[in-house]
Write a protein that binds this ligand. Structure first.
Ligand code: MTE
Ligand code: HPA
Ligand code: MOS
Length: 766
């Protein structure tokens, strides 16, 4: 059973995600639910059966004769550039001379039905001369196959500091990839508008990325492409960049055929063709003084980028930003390589490279603790960040809640008692063992690329008093539409029922950053507040004039104009109508750019984050030492939400993130063989957490804090990604349970810790 507990303070805003009713009643409209227009054609993608090779010949003649086939597109049909790379132009839409991964698109079949389009795929013949395949990032690095030059973040002098250390430990830590498994798969529906314009309905986190790339590939200006997003059935980073491909393909077909074209990937194709969380393999070296203070830390990360850059350079950067997780370490050298391999280009996934780095430092600390025969949490606690601690990238921790979260968690959940229970259980049971681990987190909020931290909003107050809001925020289940409605309702002092959140559309709000980096509510919420404020200022001026009082004395709340604390009979509806009749502007465009932040890549120093989010989780696992299976008894969290503007949604994000993190660390095993073939390409071979694998208890306490985080919307901190990293504690809880059974067990720092790996640990020896 999932129990959720909040601290005694009542839920400030008990407000459900406003979409939940239409979701559960099946009324929400996803891309594949959009009623099709007459004349719609269907697309299916032909992709490379080989991971690396030269494209010798592509024979489409038989496929073209198949029933219902209208046309087959290849790179020859591209009027603009055959290029979809976002950060680096290294990725063609359709392969030209070479293929670089299994599942790389080569051609697009268009037919009258989806079945006919898919049937024709089997008749396409391709001749590929094999080239050597690399799937291991270390091998890629050794061969010089790098996406970008390596980067290093440095603080202090690690070489000198290691000289001072009493204890030094070195090792390797690995984390595997993760399939996003959004419930709604990738897809787009494009149709021709007037005069060569094209409208694309897409399941994308990045409408502008799709608009820009479609324009580039089709060779037309961006204003000819309109992207519209109603909502996503999940993205988790998998649609930040990789939704673009399918939208561009549909648009290309529309450009040539002037008919509506729909492209929806089947689940197995989606799993085969799209990138996932980047697997990492890393080396660490950690040095401590005799009091267990960490003096020096070196880490070298080998990121498996896959066959093209996609977002991997930015992900690699965030890995470096989170090298030290929630710890202050005075001497750090962190180096990262983005390695090109022959698997699909990997991409954003909740945490964006941060979790991969955090696993490595946790492994290093656990290694040290086990060797020193002390509890890991002694080293963890001793080295937590404190106020003003310097991060290796130059920013200093402000309003640092690392210790507050840790201490509140260990006190409120009574760590000593939990530890005693585990010890007692383990003394009494031979074949069942429990393990406990603590996981502190610290996550930086802002796109690491400063220029992306901007947003806009468009607000219309209609003359009946209802309000239409457009922003760049994409709703993907994280509840941002509910938060945006709260912002507008609060700004105008009116009921939330009056607010409609419109689709995310590039003609209404242009040049958007993707909805990502957990920053969507902050950026778009602040832009929205700015727009509402402009309208509100006009209204207040009018109200003051009519009521013959000073403008500073009037305010809007409870759907009325107030003079100081006194209610008037000047209602919102009357105010709006009067403003309209006076010919005031009832619309506004708001803009926001995060102040303060900056980063100098030449020095690898700056102040990249608006603020940090902190928290601590205590995770307990029970292991069946005969079967190698485990369950999680509890995840007990104290999390720093700032002043949460919507506790229900924030709780949902926390619980969802925890479960997704546990999945990554324990059961989700993404496997490619030496030929670069994805072995776990369906839900029969790829296991994600289900309701039975959810921890028996998930408790989340909202840290009490007086800090006012001005850069967070309504002081309510970003919540989308950080809780995923509590899941890292699950790995260590299981590891500790194995060691309770067999203290000699050899358990490599290699996630996921699947039951197979557990069994090898239980019955192996060093
Ligand atoms: N929650 C749901 N239900 N569905 C999602 O796709 N994506 C996560 C997180 N929570 C996601 C989610 C990721 S990767 C990010 S970056 C944030 O939500 C994006 O939304 P936010 O910026 O509004 O937090
Ligand atoms: N986080 C998430 N997505 C991103 C980022 C980031 O820091 N930078 C570019 N895309
Ligand atoms: Mo989230 S990985 O920033 O889409």
């Amino acid at each position: 059973m999932l129990t959720t507990q909040t601290n005694t303070e009542s839920l400030k805003t008990v407000m459900k995600n406003r979409d939940s009713h239409s979701h559960v009643s099946g009324k929400s409209i996803y891309v594949d639910d959009i009623p099709v227009r007459i004349g719609t054609l269907y697309a299916a993608v032909f992709s490379s059966p080989h991971a690396h090779g030269k494209l010798q010949e592509l024979n489409l003649s038989e496929a073209k004769q198949m029933p219902g086939v209208v046309r087959i597109f290849t790179h020859h049909d591209i009027l603009g550039e055959n290029q979809i790379g976002g950060i680096i132009p290294d990725e063609p839409l359709f392969a030209e001379h070479e293929v670089h991964y299994q599942g790389q698109p080569i051609a697009l079949v268009i037919a009258d039905t989806e079945a006919n389009a898919r049937e024709a795929l089997h008749k396409i013949k391709v001749d590929i001369a094999p080239l050597p395949i690399i799937v291991d990032p270390r091998e890629a690095q050794a061969k010089g196959e790098l996406i970008i030059p390596p980067r290093s973040f440095r603080l202090g002098d690690t070489a000198a500091a290691f000289e001072q250390c009493t204890y030094i430990f070195e090792g390797t830590a690995e984390t595997a990839g993760q399939e996003h498994l959004y419930i709604e798969g990738q897809g787009a529906y494009a149709y021709p508008m007037e005069n060569g314009s094209i409208r694309i309905a897409s399941s994308t986190q990045g409408p502008t990325a799709l608009q820009r790339t479609a324009a580039q590939v089709l060779g037309i200006p961006m204003h000819q492409i309109e992207v519209d997003v109603t909502r996503l059935g999940g993205g988790f980073g998998g649609k930040e960049d990789q939704a673009t491909t399918w939208g561009v393909m549909a648009a290309l077909a529309v450009q040539h055929l002037q008919r509506p074209v729909k492209l929806i990937l089947h689940r197995m194709d989606d799993m085969k063709m799209t990138g996932k969380r980047n697997p990492y393999t890393s080396d660490y070296k950690i040095g401590l003084d005799e009091n267990h203070r960490i003096l020096a830390y070196e880490a070298t990360y080998y990121q498996n980028a896959g066959a093209a850059a996609d977002l991997s350079p930015a992900i690699m950067e965030r890995t470096l930003f989170h090298a030290n997780n929630s710890y202050f370490i005075p001497n750090v050298t962190a180096t990262a390589y983005s390695c090109r391999t022959n698997i699909p280009p990997n991409t954003a996934f909740r945490g964006f490279g941060g979790p991969q780095a955090m696993f490595v430092i946790e492994a290093a600390i656990d290694h040290a603790a086990k060797a020193l025969q002390i509890d890991t949490n002694i080293i963890q606690r001793k080295n937590l960040l404190t106020e003003n601690s310097e991060f290796p990238y130059g920013q200093h921790a402000k309003d640092c809640e690392a210790k507050a979260c840790w201490d509140t968690a260990t006190e409120q959940y009574d760590l000593k008692k939990l530890q005693q229970e585990v010890a007692d259980f383990n003394a009494q049971n031979e074949l069942l063992k429990k393990g406990l681990a603590l996981m502190p987190i610290c996550f930086g909020i802002s796109f690491t690329k400063t220029s992306m931290n901007q947003a806009r909003a468009l607000v219309h107050v209609y003359h009946d008093g209802s309000v239409g809001v457009s922003t760049g925020a994409v709703e993907m289940g994280q509840g941002v539409n509910t938060k945006m409605a709260q912002v507008a309702a609060h700004a105008f002092g009116i009921s939330i029922e009056r607010i409609k959140i419109e689709t995310t559309n590039t003609t209404r709000v242009a040049n958007t950053s993707p909805s990502a980096a957990s920053a969507t509510a902050d950026l778009n919420g602040k832009a929205l507040l700015n727009a509402c404020q402009q309208i509100k200022d006009r209204f207040l001026e009018l109200a003051a004039r009519r009521l013959k009082v000073a403008v500073d004395d009037v305010l809007l709340k409870n759907e009325c104009v107030y003079i100081k604390e006194e209610k008037t009979d000047f209602t919102w509806k009357k105010l709006v109508m009067d403003a309209f009749l006076e010919r005031l502007n009832l619309s506004a465009k708001g803009h926001y750019a995060t102040p303060v932040i900056h980063f100098d890549k030449a020095k690898e120093k700056g102040h990249p984050f608006a603020y940090h989010v902190y928290g601590t989780a205590i995770i307990t696992a029970t292991l069946d030492c005969v079967r190698g299976t485990y369950t999680f008894d509890s995840v007990k969290v104290v999390h720093d939400f700032g002043a949460s503007m919507n506790r229900m949604i924030d709780l949902g994000q926390t619980e969802g993130g925890i479960v997704q993190g546990i999945g990554w660390m324990t059961m989700e095993e993404l496997l490619y063989n030496k030929d670069g073939r994805l072995l776990s390409n369906a839900l029969s071979t790829y296991k994600i957490p289900d309701i039975y694998s959810v921890p028996d208890e998930v408790s989340v306490q909202f840290l009490r804090t007086d800090n006012r985080h001005d850069l967070a919307i309504f002081h309510s901190k970003a919540v989308g990604e950080p809780p995923l990293m509590y899941g890292i504690g699950a790995y260590f809880a299981v590891r500790n349970a194995i060691l309770a059974f067999n203290p000699q067990a050899n358990v490599p720092f290699s996630a996921p810790i699947t039951p197979e790996k557990v069994l090898m640990g239980l019955y192996g020896s060093k």
